[in-house]
Design a protein. Structure first.
Length: 379
């Protein structure tokens, strides 16, 4: 059961054979084997991970949610904000934009602070916005904006949001478990992530780690039955981990295995070191091959990197994609609007040696330099 290529895409990503193997067994959704043996331990483990390095605050709980990551985000946004509430979204990419779009779909009053994809929203602008619009009740932000790979400084924003007395929601989809996030210390009210990013599970479920007091306030607020975060939580709490509707059992069991493998690796700290090593190997090699990064180094996350297209008429992303796919690597198209670019993810069951192999493959296929080479020959 060999994979034809390594996924250098930030979700779904390459998973271990042992994670995939756990999906060969079927589970009964109301049996204790599943609920007490799989679901509840997962909920607890996520909580422990989220609070491990915070000044431990046990006032949090975990809710698992069916669907891709966006379903979990929509569930949190649609359940947390009351009918008379107003959401402020900090935006520097497509995922921040998506949060604002969710709010619009759900008829939630929403305002935004938008900057370019390689920049951070300024803390001054955030402070001023909160001071000037007293109607704002909730603030949402993306931690690693996967559009570019920029890592937004939640440790700078969170104190401002909390000092203003607002509820804070963080989309930590592509960062949770890949870097330490002090959830309780930062006062994050809702943190949202999914199975198929840094935890290295398979796609099909997301989760929300939230303050119990805030979850209780969600009762009756949801704009959607299936995405009602409060009901989902209440059902899990009251029934030893039973999901409200059919749970993606194989995905959940694979997720449990992925969590076990995260612990075996040495926890978030060890994983963060591996991802940083992947990132460093890639960046150094890409720079040596004349590729430029879209995001400046200090703002770049260790999860995914964006590179500007080479300045050559002969460059064609699809052609590069096909060449690398042939060599066993799948990369990602770019999403930054102002700059033609492509992305390479470095999370998942991927190691610095894989980055090195990718760089070797890339060096073999510099087809966009052919014209220069010809010119040099004729000169
Ligand atoms: C992956 C991701 C999501 C969720 O995307 P889905 O395609 O719904 O899984 C949301 N936010 C960020 C920042 C992401 O990286």
């Amino acid at each position: 059961m060999n994979n034809p290529y390594l996924l250098l895409t930030p979700g779904p990503l390459s998973t271990s054979a042992t994670v995939k193997q756990t999906m060969l067994r079927d589970w009964c959704t109301w049996d204790d084997d599943y609920n007490l043996g799989v679901v509840q331990p997962i909920r607890q483990q996520l909580l422990d991970m989220a609070l491990a390095t915070s000044n431990c605050d046990t006032a949090y709980s975990t809710v698992l949610m069916q669907g891709s990551g966006t379903f979990a985000v929509e569930s949190a946004i649609g359940s947390a904000i009351p009918a008379d509430g107003k959401l402020l979204v900090l935006i520097n990419g497509a995922y921040g934009q998506r949060i604002a779009e969710i709010a619009e779909y759900l008829n939630i009053a929403v305002v935004t602070l938008v900057v370019a994809e390689h920049e951070w929203v300024s803390t001054v602008a955030l402070t001023e916005m909160l001071a000037s619009d007293a109607d704002i009740t909730h603030v949402a932000m993306v931690h690693c904006e996967t559009t570019s790979g920029i890592l937004n400084p939640i440790e700078r924003y969170a104190p401002i949001v909390k000092a203003a007395g607002k509820v804070l929601l963080v989309d930590a989809m592509s960062s949770f478990a890949g870097i330490d996030i002090k959830v309780a210390d930062l006062g994050i009210d809702f943190l949202i992530s999914s199975a198929n990013k840094c935890i290295q599970g398979v796609p099909g479920m997301g989760f929300v780690i939230a303050k119990r007091s805030e979850l209780l306030l969600c009762e009756g607020r949801a704009r959607s039955l299936s995405l009602d975060l409060f009901c989902q939580w209440k059902t899990m709490e009251d029934n030893n981990g039973k999901w409200r509707f059919t749970s993606p059992t194989h995905v959940v069991r694979a997720f449990q295995q992925a969590l076990t493998e995260l612990v075996l690796e040495g926890g978030i700290e060890a994983r963060a070191i591996r991802y940083a090593a992947n990132h460093q190997t890639l960046i150094k090699g890409m720079q040596a091959q004349d590729f430029q990064c879209v995001v400046e180094v200090e703002k770049q996350s260790p999860f995914i990197s964006t590179f500007v297209y080479p300045d050559s008429e002969l460059f064609d992303f699809k052609k590069l994609y096909d060449c690398l796919k042939e060599e066993g690597f799948v990369i990602y198209p770019g999403k930054v609007t102002a700059t033609p670019c492509f992305r390479i993810g470095h999370i998942g069951e991927v190691y610095p040696e894989d980055m090195q192999r990718l760089l070797t493959a890339l060096a073999k296929h510099r087809f966009w330099e052919q014209e220069d080479a010809l010119e040099n020959v004729s000169a």
